[in-house]
Design a protein around this ligand. Structure first.
Ligand SMILES: C[S@@+](CC[C@H](N)C(=O)[O-])C[C@H]1O[C@@H](n2cnc3c(N)ncnc32)[C@H](O)[C@@H]1O
Length: 293
């Protein structure tokens, strides 16, 4: 069953009562537009969860002052820049360092001791957004003395998010919130050891970036590109319908070595794609799994 994230829904509630008409985004009207976007740009949104897809399209039309779905189709298929802006609306990049701090407590407690026995560790962050999750992992691995034997692959479909991720520059205001998360995640040092502050920004230490490879990967259309010991795909499945959730879990299953670890978001689970039998649930609360079949 596809699930919906209340937080995601809330984000678009601000759009307010729609002048656009309740039945405007009916399946038969939207399908040809999504087909057109796929043909013209190669982005496939047909299996994104409908309620949040509808809200995002409405929000986009409102911000671009497009009065009708016909106008949306015309504009998006005619102008690449319009598609670029639409992609930004479609990529909900909300993230933070040490998001759900207890998840990292569980990861450190249950998974790090096993990873310590591996000579080399490949990690994939699928849907890494602007990189905060990736740098959290890098910090944790550095504190456990494992960073130098890791290679971290961090991917997203959103190029602008990837650019920010590569830069590793975050506002000091955000860093204050991340510091609180880091402490709750039982970080071992002072969080400020991991960045240099300049004006109102913080730049992540280059020692944390050297083993990270950022790259474009679309979970809808791209395949497996390596075998990993750990995959994080957190807070991404919530945007997809059940068919796409199943496809992505299949891709993750293929890409994970036997006994590899999977971390999902707080509202996600392997049962979404019917993959319960292939994964052992290590920690139900924090959505940590191990591939067993
Ligand atoms: C809410 S963020 C999650 C970021 C991070 N994993 C976390 O939990 O904080 C969702 C990310 O999924 C990405 N995403 C959405 N659809 C995708 C797709 N088809 N392929 C790859 N990434 C996708 C978005 O661009 C966005 O950066």
């Amino acid at each position: 069953m596809a699930i919906r994230d209340k937080a995601v829904d809330a984000e678009f509630r601000e759009v307010g009562p729609e002048k656009l008409g309740a039945d405007m985004l009916r399946e038969e009207k939207l399908e040809p537009i999504l087909d057109g976007i796929l043909d013209r740009y190669g982005y496939d949104f047909r299996d994104y969860a409908r309620p949040s897809l509808d809200r995002r399209i409405k929000a986009f039309m409102k911000s671009e002052e497009i009065p009708s779905l016909g106008g949306f189709k015309e504009r998006i298929l005619a102008a690449q820049e319009c598609m670029q802006r639409f992609l930004l609306t479609m990529s909900v990049s909300v993230t933070s360092m040490f998001r759900d701090p207890e998840f990292y407590v569980g990861f450190r407690r249950d998974i790090i001791p096993v990873l310590r026995t591996y000579p080399f560790i490949r990690i994939w962050h699928a849907g890494c957004s602007t990189g905060q999750e990736v740098y959290s992992m890098a910090i944790l691995l550095a504190e456990e003395g494992l960073y130098d034997r890791c290679r971290i692959y961090a991917t997203d479909m959103d190029e602008s998010a990837l650019r920010k991720a590569r830069d590793g520059i975050f506002s000091l205001q955000a860093m204050r919130k991340y510091t609180a998360n880091y402490i709750q995640a039982e970080g071992k040092k002072s969080f400020s050891d991991y960045y240099t502050a300049k004006y109102n920004s913080a730049i992540v230490n280059s020692s944390l970036r050297k083993n990270i490879v950022f790259g474009h990967h679309n979970l809808v259309s791209d395949g497996s590109f390596n075998e990993f010991q750990v995959i994080f795909c957190r807070n991404v499945l919530i945007f997809f319908n059940s068919r796409l959730q199943e496809r992505v879990l299949e891709l993750i299953h293929q890409s994970l070595g036997m006994f590899g670890y999977l971390g999902l978001g707080a509202k996600e689970s392997v049962s979404l794609g019917g993959y319960e039998g292939c994964f052992q649930e290590l920690d139900a609360k924090h959505r940590l799994y191990r591939k067993i079949a």
